[in-house]
Design a protein around this ligand. Structure first.
Ligand code: ADP
Ligand code: MG
Length: 93
């Protein structure tokens, strides 16, 4: 079985904090990229997927004035999260 991996990279670019999260999966078909963040959108079989993962992530990031998008120029699935200089920081305790 091929090695599976997830990579998380964080760096600063143009006064933003950028986080790249990529994985060794099969990538994402272009035909679904516009629906990825829709609540309850899933390509997994019934009982396996809820379609809530990305929608909840986006909701949390919206609260922090951050953005998330799929990077389309990568060979693997790669999501880019960007926190602006003015991103809201909330206590999470
Ligand atoms: N890392 C990924 N690699 C490939 N497809 C993904 C990835 N993350 C999300 N997707 C696609 O987006 C859909 C929605 O994802 P998500 O909101 O996390 O819900 P779920 O994982 O329950 O299906 C998934 O069903 C899948 O088609
Ligand atoms: Mg998921």
């Amino acid at each position: 079985m091929p090695t599976k991996w997830v990579k998380i990279l964080a760096f600063e670019r143009d006064k933003e904090i950028v986080v790249h999260i990529s994985d060794s999966g099969n990538g994402i078909n272009r035909s679904i990229v516009d629906r990825l963040f829709d609540p309850f959108f899933t390509t997994k079989p019934a009982g396996r997927g809820t379609g809530l993962g990305l929608s909840i992530v986006k909701g949390i990031l919206d609260d922090h004035k951050a953005t998330i998008e799929l990077r389309r120029d990568e060979p693997f699935t790669c999501f880019e999260i960007r926190f602006s200089e003015h991103a809201a920081v909330k206590n999470v305790v």
